[in-house]
Write a protein that binds this ligand. Structure first.
Ligand SMILES: Nc1nc2c(ncn2[C@@H]2O[C@H](COP(=O)(O)OP(=O)(O)OP(=O)(O)O)[C@@H](O)[C@H]2O)c(=O)[nH]1
Length: 211
């Protein structure tokens, strides 16, 4: 087991998505295997060491409530820091899906440049247990991911631990592959400005929509 330390990998993951979609619920489910129902609105960076395919992996997960995600200094830090993104929407909330759809190309444009590996992104449709209230079909989620080279999962943080595990492990695998294929994905200075601007735009628009 000690030998695994040689291969220890750090994976900095940023959770993004509009309010109430379950970013904290997914994070806490992954960390503790539990669903506790209410999570408050506290920004946290959690660290968690686990084995992914026999490799020791240190997950650092940045979970910020949506109310704070418009602050550009925070977005700039996140964009610099992230090795991978988890973009969360609720299958019962069409606006949250639209926000994710707008975010993906902006992250791609900001973080991906010629010759570099694409920054790994996982799109997650959460609250699958509430299928009676579904307004976003699985097909739409799948197509969005397919067209933008993202991974896609539909999960329920409330009801299923395994699906949530797959999200985080899947992203860790992609981060490892991206590193093996090239250098560690890093944001170019211009790219960071781009991502900050576009994330502000996405969330500003979301606010207007919900008024
Ligand atoms: N039924 C159901 N409810 C869920 C699920 N995931 C989260 N919730 C609920 O949705 C609400 C919002 O969850 P949070 O994890 O706080 O959402 P968030 O995206 O972190 O929200 P912000 O902090 O506002 O950005 C809570 O009441 C959760 O209990 C799920 O899979 N199914």
């Amino acid at each position: 087991m000690g030998m695994n330390c040689v291969f220890k990998m750090d994976a900095n993951i940023v959770m993004l998505g509009t309010g109430n979609v379950g970013k904290s619920a997914l994070t806490v489910r992954f960390l503790t295997r539990r669903f506790i129902g209410e999570y408050g609105h506290i920004e946290s960076i959690y660290s968690h060491n686990v084995l992914v395919d026999g490799r020791e992996t240190a997950f650092n997960i940045w979970d910020a409530p949506c109310s704070q995600c418009c602050e550009s200094s925070r977005q700039e830090k996140q964009a610099q820091w992230a090795d991978g993104f988890i973009l969360v929407y609720s299958i019962c909330d069409r606006a949250s899906f639209n926000a994710v759809a707008r975010m993906v190309p902006h992250i791609r444009a900001a973080r991906d440049h010629a010759g570099a590996e694409k920054v790994p992104i996982v799109i997650v449709g959460n609250k699958r247990d509430l299928h009676h209230y579904r307004t976003v079909s699985s097909e739409e989620g799948r197509l969005l991911a397919l067209g933008t080279d993202c991974q896609f999962y539909e999960v329920s943080a409330a009801e299923n631990y395994h699906g949530v595990l797959m999200v985080f492990h899947g992203l860790a695998e992609r981060i490892r592959e991206a590193r093996a294929a090239g250098r560690k994905p890093a944001a170019a200075a211009a790219g960071i400005k781009g991502i900050v601007k576009s994330m502000s735009a996405v969330f500003a628009r979301k606010r207007t929509e919900s008024l």
